[in-house]
Structure formats: C-alpha cells, structure tokens
Design a protein around this ligand. Structure first.
Ligand code: HEC
Length: 401
C-alpha cells in the first residue's frame, strides 16, 4: 500500500514538473536558424556568426540584452497594423525560451537533438540560386574621405526574350561603403520610365514575390545600377551584383513600383517633431503587395495609410520609431485590394534637434538631397496589376467590405 502511494506521488510529480531547462541543440538552435542566421553568418551584415554552440555561447549576455530590449531581431513595424511575411520578430515563446536558456547558464545539451544545419545557396544569396547574375563591369574605387557623387553604371542584360523576374537580390561587394544601391531597368521601349527592379540598403530583404507575381524585364533591357557610396575612413573597392530568379510558373500579376514623395521637405534648425505628408493616387485597380519607408538620419516615424474612394481610412504600416539602419520592404501576408482612386497617404516625422543622437547638424536647415546629411521622404510601394493577357482583378467593391 505504501509503495503504491509512493508511486502515485512520484508520477504526479513528474507530470507536473517544470519542463526541462532549454538546451542549445534542442531548443535554441532551431530559433537561431529561423530568426538569426539569415544575417548572423559569414559574409552577411551582422558582425558575428551564430551558427554553432561555440560561436553563440560567448554572446549569451549580449543576446540577452539585444532581445530583451527588442534591438534584435531588427523589426520596427507596430504589430497592430498589417501582417508581413518577412516579419523577423520572435514569438513570445521563442523569446522566453532564449531568455530562460541564457538565465540557466546556456547549456549545450545533446548534439543528437540538433536540427540539420540550415543550408544557404552558394555565393551567399538569400534568394534561391539565381538564374542570372549581373555585376558592375569594374570595381569602383571608394576614397577614404569626402562626399562621393552618385554613380550610374549601365549593364546590358543581353536578354533575347522578355523575362519575368520573381525574385531579385542586390548584394554589395563591400557593405561597409555601400550606403545604398538601386537597380532600375531601362526597357528601351519608350513606354515606361525606368522601372525599379531591386535595391540594397542597410537591413534590406531581397525582393520576393509570390509564384504567380513578377516584374517584367523586356528583351534587350539595360540595368542601371545607381550606387551611393559613403567613405568610411579607409579606401575600399566595391563591385555590386544583382541576382535574378525567373518565374517558374505562368505570371498572372505584374509587379510595379510606385512612390509617394515628400519633395517639399524643409526642416528648420532644432525642430523636434517636423511633420511632412506625401501621397500617391491609384490610377487603376491594383493590389498592394509591399511598402518601404525611406528617410535619412533625422527620420523619426513613418506611417502608410489607404484612403479609399468611399472615404474610409486604414493604417497599412506604422513605424513608430524609425531606424535608419533598417529599411526593409514590408511584404503583406495578404495583398490589399486598392480600387482605382484610392489615395495612399504617408506621414513622416523628423527630429532635427540635438536630442537625436544621429543628427549630423542640429543647426542646419535641412532640405531634400541625396547625401545622408540631407533628407528624403519616400514611401515606396509595390503593387500588382493583371499581367498582359490575364483576367482583371476580382470584383473590388465586394471584396473590400
Ligand atoms: C536582418 C539581419 C539580422 C537579424 C535577422 C538578426 N541580426 Fe543581430 N545583428 C545584425 C547586425 C547588422 C548587427 C550589428 C549592428 C548593430 O549592432 O546594430 C547585429 C548585432 C547583434 C548583436 C550585438 C548587439 C550589440 O548590442 O552589440 C547581437 C547580440 C545580436 N545581433 C543577436 C541577434 C539574435 C539573437 C538574432 C535572432 C534572434 C539576431 N541578432 C537577428 C543583424 C541581424
């Protein structure tokens, strides 16, 4: 009898016992693979690799601080508005596992529990192995000091036929001197202006659309690399590339880039909360697939809203604390139907006071300009419209309500 009771107590205890402490291989490695290794591996933007236990262990304290403060993973969107496919933020469960693992001494655990190492395409691409890669024909020599004019470098695609590009990734040769790079397409057909194809900026994610969506690059098109270099104190060389993945299945929606531009920008010296608005109107029915705010060092916050033809307003993306170092495209999980006549409104705030630690000169009146000490306000949009020969978008009015 006594032994039976003892048994019952023991089994009840083990049922209700706290779960075993998290271990690196069983609990932490999968999180690092999904949330951190995209950047924390050799050749990427982050300063250290987090691929193995040996690499991760010494950073435990720093990781604790970075995730507790929300600095890592870098993700600025207010979670109340919009769901994004490239959301890097940790789930509450992932966050508490990481914190518990660190607080309990960061045990390694059994390597037999480890997930398979994550594999990355050759050449460091974040997109799958590209079908075509174009690079600047020669290295650009970046001087150690001084402002450098924008460079425009043309590269022929030599495409013999039209190509549908489903993914595009711009990779700087030397990220320490590439402030940003934009690749636009000159289609040589007179019907379009130059079309945005892909870009790199700090924290950028590659351009990746759904399998039936793509950008059109016409036969014979020329790619133009717009390179903005910033000197970093040492002479450097850069040769930036763009990798393209072509659509594998029929394309029903064509992706086009649009922008809301805050050209009237003029920020008085010391202004702490300078507001600027910009807008762009949909001239046809379209689906919004992605948004990207762009500002420089005085940028403080940025919001995208849709004002529908019936007057309803909806917040699409809100960045309450803009960080110049992180300017990704935000890809909507569910594309948003924008009937013709919808206005996309953007509102930005700037801080030109001495309280802004990034402000290069609080005494300056700041106007629009390309260099980091000038300012910009661009609300980039990627929209999808029916590809030539495809059916029009589904009835928009019904879908909206
Ligand atoms: C989108 C790219 C990206 C992702 C994803 C990312 N990091 Fe980072 N991380 C960086 C870069 C770049 C830096 C260095 C710049 C900086 O400190 O702001 C950095 C710095 C850090 C630092 C040093 C912070 C400091 O204060 O010096 C830690 C620790 C860190 N990351 C941990 C993580 C962890 C843990 C994850 C995943 C949960 C993660 N990072 C995800 C890019 C990334």
């Amino acid at each position: 009898m006594r032994s039976l009771r003892y048994l019952l107590v023991v089994s009840a205890l083990s049922l209700y016992a706290a779960p075993a402490s998290p271990t690196f291989h069983r609990d932490i490695e999968p999180i690092l693979q999904n949330r951190c290794q995209g950047c924390h591996r050799p050749g990427e933007a982050a300063p250290m690799a987090l691929l193995t236990y040996e690499q991760t262990r010494p950073w435990a304290k720093a990781i604790r601080a970075a995730i507790a403060t929300g600095k890592m993973p870098p993700w600025q969107a207010d979670p109340r508005y919009g769901k994004f496919t490239n959301d890097l933020s940790l789930t509450p469960a992932e966050k508490s596992k990481l914190l518990a693992w660190i607080d309990e001494g960061s045990p390694e655990g059994d390597s037999a529990d480890a997930p398979k190492p994550r594999t990355f395409p050759q050449g460091g691409w974040r997109i799958p192995q590209p079908d075509a890669v174009f690079e600047m024909p020669t290295e650009f020599e970046v001087p150690a000091k001084g402002a450098i004019d924008y460079q425009y470098i043309a590269v022929n695609t030599n495409f013999k036929e039209d190509k549908w590009v489903q993914m595009a990734e711009v990779r700087p040769g030397d990220p320490s001197v590439v402030h940003h790079a934009i690749v636009v397409v000159d289609q040589h057909d007179g019907s379009y202006d130059e079309q945005y194809l892909g870009g790199y900026s700090p924290g950028a994610t590659p351009q990746m659309w759904k399998p039936s969506q793509a950008r059109l690059v016409k036969a014979g098109a020329t790619l133009i690399f717009q390179m903005h270099y910033s000197a970093n104190g040492k002479p450097a060389r850069d040769r930036t590339r763009i990798g393209l993945v072509f659509a594998r299945q029929p394309v029903t929606e064509q992706i086009a880039a649009m922008q809301a531009l805050g050209l009237g920008l003029k920020i008085p010296p010391g202004a702490m909360n300078y507001r600027l608005d910009a807008q762009v109107k949909m001239s046809r029915d379209a689906r919004l697939v992605a948004m990207r705010p762009h500002m420089h060092l005085r940028g403080k916050s940025f919001q995208f809203r849709a004002v529908y033809p019936n007057g309803d307003t909806e917040i699409l993306l809100d960045i309450p604390k803009f960080d110049f170092n992180w300017q990704p495209y935000y890809y909507l999980e569910t594309p948003k139907l924008l009937p013709r006549g919808t206005v996309i409104e953007c509102t930005a705030y700037f801080d030109n006071s001495a309280n802004n630690p990034f402000n290069p000169d609080p005494t300056a009146t700041v106007v629009w300009g390309p260099q980091t000490w000038d300012e910009m306000m661009i609300g980039w949009l990627d929209v999808a419209v029916p590809a030539p020969g495809s059916a029009p978008l589904p009835a928009l009015r019904g879908a909206l309500r």
